[in-house]
Design a protein around this ligand. Sequence first.
Ligand code: MN
Length: 295
Amino acid sequence: MRLAVFSDFRIGVVQGQEIFDVTSVVPVGLDELPAQRMNWLIAHWSGAHSRVDAILRNAQPIPLGAVKLMAPNPAPPHVFAAPANYKKHIGELGDRAVTKKGRSAREQGFFLKAPGSIVGPGGVIALPKQSTRRFDHESELAVIIGRAGRDIPRAKAMEYVFGYSCLIDATMRIEPGVGEEERSMRKSFDGFTPLGPFLVTADEVPEPSNLLNRLWVNGEIRQEANTRDMIVDIPELIELISSVLPLSPGDVIATGTPDGVGPFAPGDSVRIAIDQVGDMTLRVVERDVASPRPY
Ligand code: MN
């Protein structure tokens, strides 16, 4: 099933070029916290799935083009991210990389991106005003967690996966001696975590470790890799993160970028496509509000 969040945090099921509104499956109490609806649905999926099917039998289709899609989970509890998780990517950033050469996510562990940096398909990646820094795209498969778990062994990890989405891990690079801000901040500007276009449930992606992951800037291909080339695979990432803290339903794991990471600038159009998972395009813009300090 392809789940979406649209308009003002409504929950939809996408079939072909149509979307069906199934928001009524979520308790009305969550109308006070609509950004939490998808977290609730994921946490209650085993009981809610059949009710979604029942709503679908009587729902009226809405043309997909007539709605504004939001990120398919607009407010996950956490956004975990793997650094240096494809062999070819390691080393390509030279002295702009904070990950030491030769070290992968296995040694480095994970970092966090602010959930507030998430934006949906058709949204914008907003760069600081008049910045002289380098901003890069990273094309990544996102794993969405379905069940709470702690100390999950890798052999059982896939049971905790709810589904998948496309994620761009946008990044302001360090500039040695000029700007060496914390990684979490450099990756958490408004719109620096495009997620979407849909949340595809795990049953529709039987082989997540064999998917073509591609990214284009202004129609020119920049990144093209298969998820089989990850160093730390999805089960090991779940084992690693859950050995540190509990995973929650709705959590997002950005699984790391392959090589081909490169810069974008205001006016650019960035497209990500992952087989069986989705395809979306975002625009890069410059903010019109100056920062109190230059970037
Ligand atoms: Mn990344």
